[in-house]
Design a protein around this ligand. Structure first.
Ligand SMILES: Cc1cc2nc3c(=O)[nH]c(=O)nc-3n(C[C@H](O)[C@H](O)[C@H](O)COP(=O)(O)O)c2cc1C
Length: 319
């Protein structure tokens, strides 16, 4: 259904790499509910050299966690070369290079979305990656730096000339961060301009919105990002809508609670109890987003310190 270089995928819905979110428990859960290709959260090529506990944790994977993508961010060729050499020691199926991250700390170093201002530099970094890897190589871009410098088609052409196998594009500028309208026309323009798959991102929150993305841009695939927060069912919901036009309602509270416990347990196995609970707090809020009268429970979840406390709060949902 979607082919990126040699990687053949049955689904054209892909789970985004998301900093601070896309850890192994999160990926496994989304896979269980319908996601096929998932990414490790973005890793800076410089930090790869430090071999820290955090970086090793990021690369943790299992047999079920496949196919798996790695996303790198960087800008300095000397760090890139060393980072790529280290990355090669790990197993993954596709390598994406980030030219989309809007965070100040990142762009101030000339990385992420800052590369949209230097198409030639971005191209030379992509060529470097292409030379080092036989795996599918892709780029994640935005439509431009700001509304006055939209250059999506130019960036995409430079990337394709560098040999990328697909383009991931978030239909916003860096200036917009994650807010404001998604520019479907710019994504459509990129799709028309290149001969590799274009995989679109931006407000892919539901079946109807993903359908709108496909219809208005002609894209080959869609990236699910914030739509997966507290909603690993999104992959099956969107698939069903695209195939039959049927809207699947959110699962009832008891099913959500079961998946919350599963998520908490996966976190516990992976991080140990203390970190598992702290990391789960934000997910508690996301899972319960559409539930009535949960504010007090959510507030307590932000202070929960043990797994037992968190489980008791989950048990109280809907009661
Ligand atoms: C918390 C958070 C972290 C993100 N981290 C990454 C990242 O590491 N790499 C990346 O390519 N995109 C990242 N994104 C951007 C998403 O991939 C996506 O392009 C963006 O959220 C727009 O899609 P959405 O409107 O469907 O959420 C992140 C988004 C969020 C909200």
């Amino acid at each position: 259904m979607l082919k990126i270089g040699k990687l053949k995928l049955k689904s054209n819905l892909i789970l985004s790499p998301m900093a601070g979110i896309s850890d192994l428990p999160f990926r496994l859960l989304n896979r269980k509910y319908g996601c096929e290709l998932a990414f490790i959260e973005m890793i800076n090529v410089r930090s790869l050299g430090f071999n820290s506990k955090k970086t090793r944790e990021m690369f943790a994977t299992t047999a079920k966690d496949k196919p798996l993508g790695l996303q790198l961010v960087g800008a300095e060729p000397k760090y890139m070369a060393r980072g790529l050499e280290i990355a090669r020691q790990f197993k993954f199926d596709i390598l994406d290079f980030n030219a989309a991250c809007p965070v100040r700390k990142v762009v101030n170093r000339g990385e992420g979305a800052a590369l949209l201002k230097s198409p030639k530099k971005l191209q030379s970094l992509l060529k470097l990656i292409r030379k080092e890897f036989v795996l599918p190589v892709t780029v994640k871009m935005r439509i431009g730096w700001d509304s006055g410098s939209v250059n999506a088609v130019e960036i995409a052409k430079y990337a394709v000339d560098a040999g990328v196998d697909a383009i991931f594009i978030h239909g916003r500028t860096r200036q917009q961060f994650y807010c404001g309208n998604v520019d479907y026309k710019q994504i459509a323009g990129v799709k028309k301009a290149v001969n590799v798959p274009v995989i679109a991102s931006g407000d892919n929150f539901s079946g109807p919105l993903v359908k709108k993305m496909f219809d208005e841009t002609g894209c080959d695939g869609c990236v699910i990002a914030r739509g997966s927060f507290g909603n690993p069912w999104i992959f099956s919901q969107v698939k069903e809508f695209l195939e039959s036009g049927k809207l699947i309602p959110r699962p009832d509270i008891s099913e959500v609670a079961t998946v919350m416990k599963e998520h908490l347990n996966l976190n516990g196995d992976f991080y140990g109890e203390k970190s598992a609970v702290v990391l789960f707090r934000k997910f508690f809020a996301w899972y319960t987003k559409f539930m009535p009268h949960v504010r007090p429970l959510r507030e307590q979840a932000t202070r929960a310190k043990t797994k037992q406390e968190m489980l008791e709060l989950i048990e109280k949902l809907g009661k």
